[in-house]
Ligand binder design. Structure first.
Ligand code: SF4
Length: 198
């Protein structure tokens, strides 16, 4: 079964969403339409972590549903297909609220205080899903996740943490039709090898 589009269910997840939805630690919560927690299977083998929700995600309350998300879905499906497997994935972000400075303003990168504030919600997500591989999307996520992960006391125990490009950068280079897409699929395929080529 393809799990790319599933909305999560389950008691631990429902508790996380109920508690996290009331979070107002950061000023950006006041500009967010919805808190955005995750998409995919709670038993996923691979988790993809981005910066934060964009405009489409903020409106729908679901991560990676805009152009970058569609590009990422296509790359993930193709990478799993090359391993002759169905996708077993979960998508989330460093932040649950959309990082922007004005109501309806452009997206911006998350700042360290916001990432610190939201880190417990991310680590609880990691513990619930407990993926074998975590893909960090883009340089901000590479740096900010990596720094906190080393100090984290989470019980999540991925066997690999893999850095790949953010899908927005692939969209800027032509998306699924562009020359960068094949390389992007390859990077995800290689990240999955720890699961299927052991
Ligand atoms: S980004 Fe995270 S920590 Fe900040 S208000 Fe939203 S849910 Fe809370």
């Amino acid at each position: 079964m393809v799990t790319v589009g599933l909305q999560p269910t389950g008691r631990a997840w429902a508790r996380l969403v109920a508690e996290g939805s009331g979070c107002r630690k950061c000023p950006i919560a006041g500009r967010a339409s919805k808190h955005v927690f995750g998409r995919g299977s709670l038993s996923a083998k691979a988790m993809f972590v981005g910066y934060g929700p964009g405009l489409s995600e903020d409106v729908l309350g679901v991560p990676f549903v805009g152009p970058a998300g569609k590009c990422l879905d296509a790359a993930v499906k193709e990478a799993f297909r090359l391993h002759s497997r169905n996708p077993s994935v979960f998508f989330t972000n460093l932040l649950r609220c959309r990082p922007c400075d004005l109501l309806g303003g452009p997206n911006r990168d998350p700042v360290p205080d916001e990432i610190d504030n939201c880190w417990p919600l991310l680590t609880r997500t990691l513990e619930i899903v407990n993926p074998a591989v975590v893909f960090l999307l883009g340089q901000v996520t590479h740096y900010e996740f990596g720094e906190r992960w080393l100090r984290s006391e989470t019980t999540a125990s991925p066997v690999a943490i893999v850095e790949v490009a953010h899908p927005a950068s692939i969209v800027r280079r032509g998306g699924v039709e562009g020359a960068a897409f094949e390389t992007y699929v390859r990077s995800i395929f290689e990240g999955l090898e720890v699961l299927y080529c052991g």
